[in-house]
Design a protein around this ligand. Structure first.
Ligand code: ASP
Length: 359
């Protein structure tokens, strides 16, 4: 028996060797001809879903999404949650690579894109400290993204300038996901915010959403208001005088027929609010540090604030918080901000899978 196995193995080895040797001979005699790479083969067993709604698309602004696409994203995000709960990590994006390019600080967005990619079996090139990369040598954004796309299948970009993600997308042929462009937009945050509202309150139409804090520089509220304007909602904006919600975005939202009201105190609207969305005063965007000091504590949510709120209200925050919500509020079941962080993982898993044609 042993002998036969040995004999068979030897024959196999010999055959492999013959094929290898003849291939090598062929290579030597053949003229140099590179066959075209087949992209559109229908025969690959694990091909991409090319007709998927977000396949190979950039995610630059919430304005690109209609309700039907939103429903699809949230349905996939829900599936992702189920899968993570059931098996934790699975190989939907095995072999795919994400370049995580961050020119501004980040904890959640960067970590959640990494976690999302790794939970789907893919891997990540992290470039969090651009000062250690060639950017510090003066490399332009177009050159950096054209380099990274040679290595990666998708690029996540955070950058201090409005429009930077759109610029990167012009140069990159691989999908670019905007992870915050200065005071512009933060579309994936808005998607996870909306997913949180749906999961927690089971509906969006009919809700009153009150946004509080730095509405001028806070990019998350800019994206969220635009996204909510696809639904039948009322929006309240509560901010210090010097940090109002931008007029041009109010005009966009008004064009969709959404009632919007501006306030400088929260008491006026807390009782009618279904979602209280609190934001940090964006210190890094202030030119005058004294102006920041004057408004940094303008609104602080305390247990007393929560007493005036509805029983079923949810309290959200994109985080980091730097004092706008007192820690005593954390144990209130309406405090949804850490659940919101978790929903973010599932939404980003969904987006990566969809952009890469696996959902
Ligand atoms: N993390 C959010 C952002 O990147 C909110 C914040 O920084 O205040 O916009």
């Amino acid at each position: 028996m042993k002998k036969t196995i040995f004999f068979l193995e030897n024959r196999l080895f010999f055959r492999k060797f013959k094929i290898f040797a003849s291939n090598e001979r062929k290579e030597k005699t053949m003229s140099i001809h590179t066959p075209p790479i087949r992209i559109d083969t229908p025969y690959l067993p694990f091909g991409d879903m090319k007709n998927a709604p977000l396949y190979q698309k950039d995610i630059l602004s919430v304005n690109q999404f209609h309700r039907r696409e939103l429903e699809a994203i949230f349905a996939v995000a829900h599936e992702m949650e189920e899968m993570v709960r059931r098996i934790g990590t699975f190989d939907l994006l095995k072999g795919k690579i994400l370049a995580n390019l961050f020119y501004e600080p980040s904890t959640r967005t960067s970590a959640s894109f990494t976690a999302a990619m790794e939970r789907l079996g893919g891997s990540v090139i992290p470039i969090n400290e651009v000062r250690y990369s060639s950017v510090s040598k003066g490399e332009s954004l177009p050159d950096t993204v054209r380099t990274l796309e040679a290595y990666a299948d998708v690029i996540v970009l955070r950058h201090p300038e409005v429009g930077s993600a759109a610029l990167a997308a012009q140069y990159a042929s691989k999908p670019v996901i905007n992870a915050g462009d200065g005071v512009g937009e933060h579309p994936t945050q808005a998607l996870l915010d909306l997913h949180t509202i749906r999961e927690e309150l089971k509906q969006v139409d009919g809700l009153t959403i009150t946004m509080v804090g730095d509405l001028k520089y806070g990019r998350t509220v800019h994206s969220l208001a635009r996204l909510l304007s696809r639904f039948d909602v009322r929006l309240n904006y509560v901010s210090p005088d010097i940090l109002p919600f931008p007029e041009e975005i109010m005009a966009e939202v008004a064009a969709k027929g959404i009632p919007q009201t501006q306030y400088t105190n929260l008491e006026a609207v807390i009782g009618e609010t279904d979602v209280l969305y609190v934001t940090r005063v964006q210190k890094e965007r202030f030119e005058d540090p004294q102006a920041y000091e004057r408004v940094k504590n303008a609104f602080v949510i305390t247990p007393e604030t929560m007493q005036q709120a509805k029983e079923e209200m949810i309290l959200m925050h994109p985080l980091p918080r730097v004092g706008e919500i007192s820690m005593e509020v954390d144990s209130d079941p309406r405090a949804a901000y850490f659940r919101q962080v978790e929903y973010g993982l599932y939404v980003r898993m969904a987006l990566l899978a969809m952009v890469l044609g696996k959902a």
